[in-house]
Structure formats: structure tokens, C-alpha cells
Design a protein around this ligand. Sequence first.
Ligand code: ADP
Length: 179
Amino acid sequence: MTTSMTINKTSIELVQGDITQEETDAIVNAANAALAGGGGVDGAIHRAAGAAELQAACRKLGGCATGDAKITPGFKLKARFIIHAVGPVYQPGSEESPRLLASAYRRSLEVAVENGVKTIAFPAISTGVYGYPMDKAAQVSLTAVADFVRQNDRLEKVRFVLFGSEAFETFKAALRTLS
Ligand code: ADP
């Protein structure tokens, strides 16, 4: 299952699947501020990349602020790079949550471009343990990516790899509302 939309020079694709298997130049990790590894997609990426090597690389980065992103090699992954992005813990009604979530996507894309990445895959940052409602996250995340690629020609493909059919369908509905 795939659905896509081209904005400016970039194809934005939605797929249902496991991000650790992606063959894009970079995959994005929904990391925590300590870059210490954890559960969810973070744990899956650490296991697939090789936990010891990836943890050693992360330790050298000295953490990452919420809304920011940092890069490491992909080690055993097919992807050359892992971009560790820190999304917010969802606070209902707060304007900080969408601002920080959009920032995590934008910073990931900036770091990607700085490193020559042409194709990149994202999970639905903050929608697991961090509690961001999937429909709200889909809207903010897709809008942040669309805004970036309208201003920047250097990315060929941005994929959202959604874990499960509910996440996939929710992102698909949100993509239709982007113009
Ligand atoms: P956060 O702490 O940012 O909320 P989580 O890892 O708890 O991060 O969840 C983020 C999203 O990643 C959730 O929607 C979760 O279902 C999804 N997810 C978990 N494992 C994978 C995977 N292997 N590939 C893609 N997405 C995944």
C-alpha cells in the first residue's frame, strides 16, 4: 500500500510498514532528548542498526533538544544515515506541541540536505509513547514537510512509514487535505 503526492520537486509518499527495512538514504528515528535509545521505533532502529555501535555514536552527540535533530551513520541498516529527531510529549491545547513537532521534521530535513541525502523516511514522530493524537500529528507533520519542500529542491523523496493500517489511513486522509 502506497500513496503519493508530488510537491515542487519532491515526491511525498505514504507507506505502511517497518521503517528499519527502508532503503532510503536516511531514516529518521523518533528519539528522546538523551539520545539514549528506548522503546517503540527507537528500540527497533537501535536493534536493527546494531545497538552497541549506534549507542556509542549517539553518546558522542551530547543529547538533542526537543524540536531538533542530529545525524549518525546507519551502521547495519540499509540506510546510510539515521537522523535522530526529538518530538514533543503531547500537551493538549498547547501551541508548543505543534510548533515543536513541525520543528523536529524541519530540522531533520535541514540536516538531511546538509548531508547530501536525497531520499528520507520518517516514522510518525511523537504518536507513540509521546501521546500525540495521530490525526493532529498527521496534519502538522505533512504540512511541515510540504512547507520545506516548497522552499527546497534538493530532496527527491520523503516517505512516511506508518506502523499499522490505522496510522496509514489517518495520514492518507490528511495528505488529501494538503494543497
Ligand atoms: P514517540 O516517543 O516519538 O511517541 P514511539 O516510538 O513511541 O515514539 O512511536 C512513534 C510512532 O512509531 C508510533 O506511531 C509507533 O506505532 C511507530 N512505530 C513503532 N515501531 C515502528 C517501526 N518499526 N517502523 C515504523 N514506525 C514504528
